[in-house]
Design a protein around this ligand. Structure first.
Ligand SMILES: [Zn+2]
Length: 257
């Protein structure tokens, strides 16, 4: 039978029976897959301690027979990301990032840029810990890759310019709105400077987390804008957000006005 070998990131795992494990992983060129690792908790020779969430590994697997789980044969550890495991905000953000990818992308959707974004986020969390800025950068870039990024620098309704300095934003209407189009209904207030900064971030490389600085206002408004956009596109709240909001709260109120 054909066998695959690829670098991958473990998104999560579930213990099964006495010693087996079901592992959800993300591999470039393959997308997100679920694999069955027989005797994973006993076989140190085949799997060692490598099937831990957020670890980078080399995985060997054979394909699923009929759309079910692939069969994991062997795993070699590349990086367990020990630094991440000592920092609660980093653990919470890593778990949230993995769940958000699962919510926005289908299984086996080969999104190599998403893989690269996750890998660089996890490396950043491992060396620098979790911060509200890292969360925002990840969310914005992931929304962009998923095609859900809203209109920012022009009105989502009439495509006209935005006079500023304040803009109303409503994800369910497609993004920023000019005064003539805002109408009634829920929207959040953001400054034109914030939508400009976000657009610049989205034009920049995916992999830079450490060198980006945002003013407290831009960070708070960016959080509000992203929260509104995710609310619009997620069919249900994510399990990981409760823990994340506890250990890494929003930098300011994400309230919708
Ligand atoms: Zn308009």
């Amino acid at each position: 039978m054909r066998e695959f070998r690829s670098e991958a990131i473990v998104l999560r795992h579930l213990d099964y029976g006495e010693a087996d494990r079901i592992v959800t992983f993300f591999a470039p060129g393959h997308g997100r897959l679920r694999g069955f690792a027989r005797a994973a908790r006993k076989s140190r020779r085949r799997f060692a301690a490598s099937l831990e969430p957020f670890a980078s590994v080399i995985l060997h697997w054979s394909p699923a027979r009929s759309g079910g789980l692939v069969t994991l044969k062997e795993a070699e550890l590349i990086d367990l990301r020990v630094g991440l495991r000592a920092d609660l905000p980093a653990i919470a953000l890593a778990g949230y990032a993995c769940e958000l990818i699962e919510a926005l992308f289908a299984e086996e959707e080969a999104q190599d840029q998403v893989y690269e974004l996750l890998r660089t986020l996890l490396d950043h969390l491992s060396s620098r810990g979790g911060t509200p800025l890292a969360r925002l950068l990840f969310e914005l870039r992931l929304l962009n890759l998923s095609g859900y990024i809203p209109h920012l620098l022009h009105c989502a309704s009439c495509f006209g310019g935005l006079p500023g300095p304040e803009v109303r934003f409503a994800a369910e209407k497609g993004g920023s709105l000019c005064p003539a189009c805002v109408g009634k209904g829920r929207s959040v207030a953001v400054s034109l400077l914030t939508v400009g900064s976000i657009s610049r971030i989205l034009r920049g490389p995916l992999s830079i987390f450490a060198e980006i600085r945002l003013s407290p206002r831009t960070l708070a408004e960016g959080e509000r804008l992203v929260a509104d956009t995710l609310r619009c596109h997620l069919s249900r709240p994510l399990r990981s957000t409760g823990f994340l909001d506890q250990v890494l709260p929003f930098s300011a109120s994400g309230e919708v006005v």
